[in-house]
Structure formats: structure tokens, C-alpha cells
Design a protein around this ligand. Structure first.
Ligand SMILES: CC(C)[C@H](C(=O)O)[C@@H](O)C(=O)O
Ligand code: SF4
Length: 484
């Protein structure tokens, strides 16, 4: 057999039929569902008198609209009536259509869909994973073919367990060498987008490879694949290795987990799965359509200065000067971004003062992110700076929250003046009570810095959790390498 990339293997394993023009029908193994993109899909099924084709493929949670405070008041704590309706509609839909697992608002395992999927073993290597959400690329960290779909496709998958798709091209992004102290997966992701641009991955499935990627934890790999979509690719992938298998072992829905005790017991199903998972890597001589290489040691802490993730520089740089840009289109884009962001050309990134800090989102709200941010706060030993009106830490799920609390991380945050919130998408996007006011500037660990993303007129700077924590304490961006 000819050599294949990991993407080729996953594709071949799931393709049911291919038309002459390349349109294919893909079988879908896992369907993750949240409250924003599912109501119309369920309504469509209802109107057509259809059922969900494979209920056991559905795992659902509420995340975008859930409040991050006031949980003691239960559903009454959801102030916004539209948010409340979305959340209760999901409850009702899952009740009538069913699911393999549902982690509703207020439940212990509730959280951001891209955090709870892997955490509960709903995401497994070799699966096709879809969700009506662009950051479904996150799950590719497990060697799963995972991408976001639209609401009409959500209904299509529910009705047929398949998706119409066209095969993308193969792009290998190879990051070799060792990261410098203080540099994280978030910095790799932003550095990649800075290099290839937000359209660099368009039409491709990206496989992230190289020694620096292999050295990343599963959390780091998820951060990286999460942002594949911001690089223009619908899916990102990392090959399966021992870390992948170790992470999956003993998770709620993983094979080999005893459903009564919730403990790992193993058995033939697990052994067979592991044997298959070990084949989930690109063959040594597999051909990629494009290869991009980065040197890990050259990556510095990244901070976005503009209104697109590709408008990013090292924290040791200065805000770009449009007058130095020869290309008229690029110059115009820089000028517009600087006006929106309220920034002067040539200002040192370290001199940018902030009003709010948001540590959370499906990019950076896992336990490792909480640990990294808390470690910085602890090391600096100071409180949140006076000019910072609000610094909030929002764990990605109830389980992350519980784990962080068991480790005492919440105490480190609250003692320093951070707010420790309930899990959800929170201030990543303005769909719930957490948002920026017009003109407010935020150091955010999320993945999008578009105009108005965190609230109308809000100004977002994307950074790693460590950089966000350091910025909270100093009141402006600082080079985390000085404390690492
Ligand atoms: C609400 C949802 C459809 C959206 C997405 O697709 O990504 C959101 O999660 C986002 O991050 O913008
Ligand atoms: S945390 Fe942000 S990016 Fe992730 S799913 Fe929620 S809104 Fe989308």
C-alpha cells in the first residue's frame, strides 16, 4: 500500500462513498452538541418526524450562554432571557431525542464542549468528530478527524450519521527543537498564524509534527489544534503516541472503563483500540502537499496587537508602523486595526496597559493552563494591578474547576485579587453576561480578537495563560521570560 498521511488514513477509514467530483460521504462517530447551533437542527428533525440516527454518538452540554456566577440560584441565575431559553431548549431536546451523555447547566461535568469531550473520553483517537462549532478542530489533538459544521449539517448528521465533505490537502507544520522557558503551546499557535496568516491553512488539514509538538502535553496539543481554524484549516491533527493513550485511559466513555465503578479495567476492547490507535500517525515517507517549518527555540511570547489572530508579534516587539508597510492593502488593514485598538504605531508591546484579564476559553481553560497561570501569580507574589478592573479565571469545566480547587489554585488566584468563576465560554465571546465595555482593553487567553468579539468596542489581545497572569499583576504586558 502506498504511504499515507494520518489525515489520509482517517479519511479512508470513514469514507462511505465518493462521487466523481470528489464529494464524499463521511461516517461520523461522535457528534458533540451545544445549545447555540442545535435548536434548529432538532426542530428540523421534529418537523420531519425523524429520530437521531445514532443516539449513542451524541454528547451534549451547555456552554456559550451559561453564566459564570450566581449558580447558587440555579436556573434563576441566568439573567438573560434568550440565554435561558437556549439552555432550557437544549435540556428539552436532549430529553426527547436522547444522548450517550448529557452534561447540563449546573451539573458537575458541564463545561465548554471542547473541554468536556476529551475529558470524558467522548473524543477518542481515530474517530470522526463533528460539532456545530468551529473550534471542533481542538479534538484533532487525539489523532481524530474533527471539524466544525453548520446548523444544517448538524441536522444532517443527526438524521443520517454522515456528512457531505470534500477531501482537503495535506499540510505538515513541523516544529522542531525545544521551547524556551515560559513559552507555551499558545505561543506556538500564534507564531504559526503570524507566519502563515489566517488563510495559510485554507483548503488543508494541518498535521502538527516535530519534536516540539511531541514534547507537548495533551492539553498543549489541544490548544494548538484549537487554533488550526484561526489559521484557516477546518481540522488540525497530532499523531497518536503514548501520551494520547495515557490521557484517554480510564475516561468516562473510553473503552476499558467500567461503567459502574468508573475505573479503568481494560479488557479486549481496550487492547484492540490501543492496537488500532498506535497506527494513527503519518507513514514515514508520506507525502504532504505543503510543509512549513518552525524552530521552537526561536519562538518568543506572543501578543496580538490587532483585530485578527495573524496581527501578532513577540512581546519584545513594537506596535507596527503603517508608514513602513509598502503594500497599500496591508497598510490600510494596519491603520484600521490600530484605530480600533486605540494603539499608537511603534509603541513597545510591554507599554500597553490593560483594563481586564480573561483566563479561560476552549483554547486555555484546562488544568495545565490553570496551573501555568497560578504558578506565575505565585512567583510574582503580588496582587492584580490597580489599573486592572477585573481579572477573571474561568475553568473550562466543572472537573477542571474541582481539580484546580483540590490543588489550591483557586486560593492563589483569589488571594491575588482574581475572580474565580464557574465554567463556560464566558468572556471569549459576548454571548453571556461576561463582556468588555466599549474601549476596554483585555489580555485574553481565548482565540479570536475580531472587532467586538468580547463585547462591542472591546479590544482583545490574545496571549498565553502565563502572559495573561503576568499582565494582570503588572497592569501591562510583560515578557514572561524574565520570570521563567
Ligand atoms: C457559537 C459558535 C457557533 C461559534 C463557533 O462556531 O465557533 C463560537 O463557539 C465561536 O467561538 O465563535
Ligand atoms: S470558548 Fe470561545 S471559542 Fe471556544 S467554543 Fe466557546 S465561544 Fe467558541
Amino acid at each position: 500500500m502506498t504511504s499515507r498521511t494520518l489525515y489520509d488514513k482517517l479519511w479512508d477509514e470513514h469514507v462511505v462513498h465518493t462521487e466523481e467530483d470528489g464529494t464524499a460521504i463521511l461516517y461520523i462517530d461522535r457528534h458533540l452538541v451545544h445549545e447555540v447551533t442545535s435548536p434548529q437542527a432538532f426542530e428540523g428533525l421534529r418537523q420531519a418526524g425523524r429520530k437521531v440516527w445514532r443516539v449513542s454518538s451524541v454528547v451534549a452540554t451547555a456552554d456559550h450562554n451559561t453564566p459564570t456566577t450566581g449558580w447558587e440560584r440555579g436556573y434563576d441565575g441566568i439573567e438573560d432571557p434568550i440565554s435561558k431559553e437556549q439552555i432550557t431548549t437544549l435540556d428539552a431536546n436532549i430529553k426527547s431525542f436522547g444522548a450517550a451523555a448529557f452534561f447540563p447547566f449546573l451539573s458537575e461535568r458541564q463545561g465548554i464542549v471542547h473541554v468536556i469531550g476529551p475529558e470524558n473520553g467522548a473524543t477518542l483517537p481515530g474517530m470522526t468528530v463533528v460539532c456545530g462549532d468551529s473550534h471542533t478542530s481542538t479534538h484533532g489533538a487525539f489523532g481524530a478527524l474533527a471539524h466544525g459544521i453548520g446548523t444544517s449539517e448538524v441536522e444532517h448528521v443527526m438524521a443520517t450519521q454522515t456528512l457531505l465533505a470534500k477531501k482537503a490537502k495535506n499540510l505538515l507544520i513541523k516544529v522542531e527543537g525545544s521551547l524556551r522557558p515560559g513559552i507555551t503551546a499558545k505561543d506556538i499557535a500564534l507564531a504559526i498564524i503570524g507566519k502563515i496568516g489566517t488563510a495559510g491553512g485554507t483548503g488543508y488539514t494541518i498535521e502538527f509534527g516535530g519534536s516540539a509538538i511531541r514534547s507537548l502535553s495533551m492539553e498543549g496539543r489541544m490548544t494548538l489544534c484549537n487554533m488550526a481554524i484561526e489559521a484557516g484549516a477546518r481540522a488540525g491533527l497530532v499523531a497518536v503516541d503514548e501520551k494520547t493513550i495515557e490521557y484517554v485511559k480510564g475516561r468516562l466513555l473510553s473503552p476499558g472503563t467500567d461503567q459502574v465503578s468508573g475505573k479503568f479495567v481494560g479488557g479486549p476492547e481496550w487492547d484492540q483500540a490501543v492496537a488500532y490507535w498506535k497506527t494513527l500517525h503519518s507513514d514515514a515517507d508520506a507525502k504532504f502537499d505543503t510543509v512549513v517549518e518552525l524552530d521552537a527555540a526561536s519562538i518568543v511570547p506572543q501578543v496580538t496587537w490587532g483585530t485578527s489572530p495573524e496581527m501578532v508579534l513577540g512581546v519584545d516587539a513594537r506596535v507596527p508602523d503603517p508608514d513602513k508597510e509598502k503594500d497599500a492593502n496591508k497598510r490600510g488593514a494596519i491603520e484600521r486595526a490600530l484605530v480600533y485598538m486605540g494603539l499608537e504605531p511603534n509603541k513597545a508591546m510591554e507599554d500597553i496597559h490593560i483594563d481586564k484579564v480573561f483566563i479561560g476559553s476552549c483554547t486555555n481553560s484546562r488544568i495545565e493552563d490553570m496551573r501555568e497561570a497560578a504558578a506565575v501569580v505565585k512567583r510574582l507574589g503580588q496582587k492584580v494591578a490597580r489599573n486592572v478592573k477585573l481579572a477573571m479565571v474561568v475553568p473550562g469545566s466543572g472537573l477542571v474547576k474541582a481539580q484546580a480547587e483540590a490543588e489550591g489554585l483557586d486560593k492563589i488566584f483569589t488571594a491575588a485579587g482574581f475572580e474565580w468563576r464557574e465554567p463556560g465560554c464566558s468572556m471569549c465571546l459576548a454571548m453571556n453576561a461576561d463582556r468588555l465595555e466599549p474601549g476596554e482593553r483585555c489580555a485574553s487567553t481565548s482565540n479570536r480578537n475580531f472587532e467586538g468579539r468580547q463585547g462591542a468596542g472591546g479590544r482583545t489581545h490574545l496571549v498565553s495563560p502565563a502572559m495573561a497572569a503576568a499582565a494582570a499583576v503588572h497592569g501591562h504586558f510583560v515578557d514572561i521570560r524574565r520570570f521563567s
